[in-house]
Each structure stands twice: as structure tokens, then as C-alpha cells.
Write a protein that binds this ligand. Structure first.
Ligand SMILES: [Zn+2]
Length: 103
């Protein structure tokens, strides 16, 4: 089923980033991972052998997006600030989830 928030790919500053939905990351201990040198965001389907809910996967995507944006801007120190990245990701997720388009 198509997800309205997690795309297959997107472009940022002329770079193409692909999203791969994989069974597990780091032996099933991570929700997601941004792989900068491969222009890729990995999002796990399971963690600790439990299925991750779609809402959590979307939130993970937004979190990893924040890493990608900050790193693309050369703000590596900010990107390493997990608290900031997490807050920004949650804010973006909420906006995307509650956005209404059209007339
Ligand atoms: Zn992070």
C-alpha cells in the first residue's frame, strides 16, 4: 500500500535520495538510518522482532530527513544533536499528517 508520507525517493539540492524499507536495521535494534554516502534512508519494518506501526515508520522517516537536511547544509554538529533532530522530525511529521490540500 502506498504511504502518503514515505516516498520512494526525493530530491534535495539536486541529489536524489532513495528510501528503502527493510526488514530490520542493526540486527533489529534501530528504527531507521540515514546513509549519507549512498544518498539513502533505510526504514525498518521490525524492531526487536516486533512489527513497527506505520505512524512510527513515518516519524522515523521525518527524523532521518532532518539528519539529511542538516548534513546537506553542512550543519553536521546540529545533525549530531539527536534531541534537536528528534523534535524537528516530530514537528515535521505532525505538519505532514495534518496538512489538508485543495480548496
Ligand atoms: Zn537520529
Amino acid at each position: 500500500m502506498d504511504n502518503k508520507i514515505i516516498p520512494k525517493y526525493f530530491y534535495l539540492f539536486s541529489e536524489k535520495y532513495r528510501i528503502s524499507n527493510i526488514k530490520e536495521i542493526d540486527n533489529g535494534t534501530s528504527f531507521g538510518h540515514a546513509v549519507y554516502d549512498e544518498n539513502k534512508i533505510k526504514i525498518a519494518k521490525t524492531i526487536h522482532k516486533k512489527v513497527i506501526q506505520e505512524d512510527q515508520r513515518e516519524s522515523t522517516y521525518c527524523h532521518e530527513l532532518m539528519h539529511i537536511i542538516l548534513d546537506s547544509l553542512g550543519k553536521t554538529e546540529l545533525s549530531q544533536n539527536e534531541e534537536l533532530v528528534d523534535s524537528m522530525g516530530k514537528a515535521l511529521h505532525q505538519i505532514l499528517k495534518t496538512s489538508v490540500y485543495g480548496k
